[in-house]
Ligand binder design. Structure first.
Ligand code: OSB
Ligand code: MG
Length: 369
């Protein structure tokens, strides 16, 4: 397929409920959507999943916009691409900026699957059409508010509950959650809020039998995580530092953790996710699909990639209505009462993109052709 144009569209979407992590609170998302069009006029959609500020990763909305517009899109536009799996290599010269690359790359996968008339999940090599879902619940103003939120999700059927933790929102909070909900599948995500100096505190969390402790130590570390893992019982899950298949290989070799939260954006798109998934599967390292508060488009891509064999734990892939009053895809993503999502059979991402809703939420757009 020959890529004729790439359009970047920024939309602003208010979240149904603020989302707080150890690095800050988000009330409204500024999301960049990517629309690729080929020489036959067929289109594909992707999403750049970075945040509004460089708190989670160094990429953020404005940096991703200028990088995608000035550097990455021109590397792909006008190219005759043999397959979506090759789009990554067209942008390889540029270092980093993996979320911006993923927005473009995943749009090309959607385009290609649509042209072939196959659902994206199958085109990616997925095997489990039905995926298991968990939720990620941010830091709340107080413990009763958190317990209320957890109750809603447990009753909705979600398979596991992840709560955000930080040094001022950890031990007592987990104790209260265990007291209220017993032995639900529970995990904590610290988003790098601790250091090895906090080892005693982190050891004390072992008593809660957490399914895993996600990213306790600095965002770029895989050495201290190995030291920590050797001293705590709870399995360590890595998120922020795993940006490539090579990072995954090294983390496995160093025993930096036992599980990887695999985010499409963080590693650079579907072809990179497939490589990480393969390395982990062959090493017996479970992965699950992480989330970045995506709109329906990024969410649909997450559903598709979660069907690969190595994604063996419930992901942070949950219903649209937890985030948006009105999602930009039709139908919205829904989770069944047994906490699963079944990937659609329609070609490509399998959801219709609602251009009218996108139009309403658009704050800027640019066409690269
Ligand atoms: O660390 O997994 C994370 C959201 C924004 C940035 C980082 C993270 C998250 C989440 C939310 O945990 C997952 C989701 O529901 O989309
Ligand atoms: Mg995380």
């Amino acid at each position: 397929m020959k890529i004729n144009s790439i359009e970047l569209i920024e939309i602003n979407l208010p979240l149904v409920h603020f989302f707080e992590t150890s690095f800050g609170r988000t009330y409204e998302r500024r999301i960049i959507l990517v629309r690729v069009v080929d020489a036959d006029g067929a289109e594909g959609w992707g999403e750049i999943t970075c945040g509004e500020s460089p708190g989670y990763s160094d990429e953020w909305t404005d940096s991703a916009w200028v990088t995608a517009e000035k550097i990455l899109a021109p590397m792909v536009v006008g190219q005759e691409v043999e397959s979506a799996a090759n789009v990554w290599s067209l942008m390889k010269w540029a270092r980093g900026h993996r979320m911006a690359k993923a927005g473009i790359e995943t749009a090309c996968w959607d385009l290609e699957a649509k042209k072939l008339g196959v659902p994206l999940w199958r085109h990616l090599g997925g095997v489990n059409q039905t995926i298991e879902c968990g939720v990620s619940i941010g830091i709340q103003d107080n413990i009763p508010q958190l317990l209320d939120k957890i109750r809603v999700e447990v009753e909705a059927g979600y398979k596991r509950i992840k709560i955000k933790i930080s040094p001022s929102w950890d031990y007592d909070v987990l104790k209260a959650v265990r007291a209220e909900f017993g032995d639900i599948l529970l995990m904590g995500d610290a988003n790098s809020a601790y250091t090895l100096d906090d080892i005693e505190k982190l050891k004390s969390l072992d008593e809660f039998g957490l399914m895993m402790l996600e990213q306790p130590l600095p965002h770029d570390d895989i050495i201290d995580h190995a030291k920590l893992q050797a001293q705590i019982k709870t399995p360590v899950c890595l998120d922020e530092p795993i940006k490539s298949p090579e990072d995954a290989r090294k983390a496995i070799e160093l025993k930096s953790g036992q599980i990887i939260n695999l985010k499409n954006g963080r590693v650079g798109g579907h072809s990179q996710s497939k490589m990480v998934e393969q390395i982990c599967r062959e090493s017996g390292m479970p992965v699950w699909c992480g989330g970045m508060l995506e709109s329906g488009i990024g969410r649909a891509h997450n559903i598709a990639i979660s069907t690969l064999a190595g994604y063996t734990m419930p992901g942070d892939v949950s219903a649209s209505k937890r985030y948006w009053h009105e999602d930009i895809i039709e139908p919205a993503v829904e989770v069944s009462n047994d906490g699963t999502i079944t990937a659609p059979e329609a070609p490509g991402i399998g959801f219709d993109v609602d251009q009218r809703r996108i139009e309403k939420a658009t704050t800027r757009r640019v066409l690269i052709n």
